[in-house]
Ligand binder design. Structure first.
Ligand code: ADP
Ligand code: MG
Length: 238
């Protein structure tokens, strides 16, 4: 299960309130996209959910359990970064195994999960290579594989495709959508790209200066943008 609830969650860095108190519910199994211009607080919000930043106020619940002060590794969520964050000296297999090794998963189970993830991500032939011997798209798949094997309650993606060229980006976008269809696990996906938001999301959260302008399905936002900011951002004719 992966229902995530934010209740008056806020974040300040020093004197600056980057996220004023904000309420948001992310339904289990949904593909939710946080979209908004650079600097609007998308990454900060995702990092608060992941536990990589401490909240300044409010409560975060994961499946009705209070997770506000639970350390990141214990939240049961997996974050996929745009920088991949792979270990260059380790093979693909070892990179994917690493979080399971840390969590004390048996070697048989590790191998079972790695083989399943590699198959799902077309990485079977690359398991013995090092990250430096892979293309950008393949590296991104390894980073996703490393998240899958943890069997998280939710995947958190922070602009995972922004380092890829345009053609590859379209392919990876489809792959991530396929993965979501197959796993039906909650995914939160941060992007500043409207096309990604409109094509991938079950639900879009439009952010502006740390607050939520509107939440809705792509069609709802397109048909009934609440204001000109949302309309402009979504590309709605209004
Ligand atoms: P986005 O991901 O939407 O581009 P961020 O969440 O990275 O936006 O940043 C939101 C705001 O918070 C920006 O004004 C940024 O400068 C500020 N910010 C982010 N992280 C820190 C930090 N560690 N210290 C101070 N300010 C930060
Ligand atoms: Mg960001």
């Amino acid at each position: 299960m992966g229902r995530i609830t934010l209740d008056k969650v806020s974040k300040r860095f020093g004197d600056v309130e980057v996220i004023p108190p904000l309420d948001l519910t992310i339904e289990d199994g949904d593909f939710t996209v946080f979209v908004g211009p650079s600097g609007c607080g998308k990454s900060t919000l995702l990092r608060l959910i992941a536990g990589l930043e401490d909240t300044s106020g409010g409560q975060i619940r994961i499946d009705s359990q209070d997770a506000t002060h639970v350390p990141p590794a214990k939240r049961g969520l997996a974050m996929v970064f745009q920088s991949y964050a792979l270990y260059p000296h380790m093979s693909v297999r070892k990179n994917i195994a690493f979080p399971m090794k840390m969590a004390g998963v048996s070697e048989d189970e590790q191998n079972r999960r790695i083989d399943a993830a590699a198959k799902a991500l077309n990485l079977t032939d690359y398991l013995d290579r090092r990250p430096g011997q892979l293309s950008g798209g393949q590296r991104q798949r390894v980073a996703i594989g490393r998240a899958i094997v943890r069997e998280p309650a939710a995947f958190l993606f922070d602009e995972p495709l922004s380092n890829l060229d345009a053609a590859l980006r379209v392919g990876m976008r489809l792959e991530i959508s396929e993965l979501h269809k197959r796993l039906r696990t909650t995914m939160i996906y941060v992007t500043h790209d409207q096309v990604e938001a409109m094509t991938m999301a079950d639900k879009i959260v439009v952010l502006r200066a740390g607050h939520i302008e509107q939440v809705g399905s792509p069609l709802e936002l397109y048909r009934a943008p609440r204001n000109t900011f949302v309309a402009g951002f979504i590309g709605s004719p209004k």
